[in-house]
Write a protein of this length. Structure first.
Lengths: 256, 256
DNA sequence: GGTCAAGAGTTGTATATACAAGCTTGCTTG
DNA sequence: CAAGCAAGCTTGTATATACAACTCTTGACC
């Protein structure tokens, strides 16, 4: 159906055989962003230290000021930099943060930071729910729910344990999925679009089991987010996300 | 010291007597953003409906395409709009993503639970800020900022330690307040209405000092929220809120 | 010597322009 | 008529330019 379009595109812009289809030409401002990110994440540019000015970047990368500016601007909006009219641009002190305002896919989040993501699927089965879970999922105690336990990795280090109960009435094929290929959140979003969500955030100490999975000691404080999501049909799932406090932060940005 | 600067500025740009000092000249792209926000929030532009294209806005507001574009771009980054190359710009389907980490007064929160609230004011003075705080408050290292440390109690048990730096240029009478009578947050809101805020949430172990104040052991995990608030004038304050994880939770409710 | 002024450097806003790239529509053509 | 193409609209990227506004340093003047 749309093949002719692709043919046109390929012939015009991807003439070299074997060339990867993705990001054949990276936008200049993205190159600059990437460069700055690397400097910060590698520790070469410390917090509060000054970042090259727009004019300096203009020369270094042979781009116009507007292009250099765009890189700095976007990194500022993303919270990596702080700018001050008249005095310059500086490395912010908050690095890895995710947005609580958005229900996000942790895989996307990690990819955005330029890091490698993978997941291990620890458990995927059907379980009888206890009373607490039953109430929260709008089921009856003793009913069957689907349960998954997935460990998320950033650069091969465990970063988050996800334990999730899913309402089987609303998501039929949950047990057939492979959550090393698609995150539960991404799958659920495609099956039953979210209409509502609540979060509860608390600080806890990891249990022995969880500590072992996340490779942390038993006195490491963890952020635990309990997320309950609805579709138009009702409560879809109940997720408990546990991350070591020293590796993971939540960030939010409200505008009134 | 810096008065001459202000004089120069006033004479050049604020020639009319009685003219308010704030927002005398609103940036054009902000006007456009405001216009679009109002359309969406008033319901005149429904979800998924098409927003005027860059060229249309260019004509309507008599600006260049780059300026119109900037308005659309920023609203997209803020999640109000969705853009698609080739087809147009549309109202996003996530609207009132309000009350996440709703900026609330802890006193109100405790009263709502039917509990008793009171506060102790530990410190209230002017301090020289270090570089980190200076940057975040848009001051210079060594400048003076106001600092307050207030301990909040729920039913006579300490529930939250609030440590706050305040920009003295924007809130003049901060040191004259009695924060056992009004919370810093409530006072600041009355003085300089908030327009923006960022939060960072992490799980930490309390330091010895903080542990003593909060009456918790040194292995109690704590939720630590760092909140940076803006008014239309700039960064108003920088607050660090620390609460024992077993006594305090953050909740949020998103509706799509 | 302290005050003020000027200048250099920085970010902020705005415009005009050009071309690339993706989507939609409708017309042409076989 | 249907397939395919092209035109026209959309957003995306990039440049060059100009001036405004803020900060800091330097230096001159009183």
């Amino acid at each position: 159906m749309r093949l002719y379009i692709q043919v046109r595109v390929y012939s015009a812009h991807y003439p070299v055989l074997g060339m990867t289809m993705t990001q054949v030409k990276t936008a200049k401002y993205r190159v600059i962003k990437q460069h700055i990110c690397e400097k910060i994440e590698s520790g070469q540019w410390l917090e509060h230290s000054k970042v090259p000015s727009e004019n300096e970047l203009t020369e270094q990368f042979s781009v116009s000021r507007m292009t250099a500016r765009r890189a700095l601007q976007e990194l500022t909006e993303q919270g990596l930099l702080v700018r001050s009219q008249g005095s310059g641009t500086f490395v912010a002190n908050f690095k890895s943060q995710s947005s609580l305002l958005e229900i996000r896919n942790i895989a996307d989040e990690i990819h955005e930071r330029g890091h490698q993501y993978h997941a291990e699927q620890l458990i995927l089965n059907a379980v009888k729910v206890n009373e607490e879970v039953a109430i929260l999922l709008a089921l009856k105690a003793g009913d069957i729910a689907y349960y998954s336990s997935v460990l998320h990795f950033e650069n091969n280090a465990p970063i988050q344990l996800e334990q999730r109960f899913v309402n089987p009435k609303l998501v039929a094929n949950y047990l057939e999925q492979d959550f090393t290929q698609i995150t539960p959140h991404a799958y659920l979003s495609s099956e039953a679009p979210l209409t509502e969500a609540t979060h509860e955030v608390e600080a806890v100490l990891a249990s022995e089991d969880i500590g072992r999975l996340l490779a942390i000691s038993h006195i490491t404080p963890c952020l635990q987010v309990k997320r309950r999501t609805w579709s138009s049909q009702g409560v879809v799932s109940l997720a408990t996300l546990t991350s070591p406090g020293n590796k993971y932060r939540l960030g939010s940005h409200l505008i009134f």
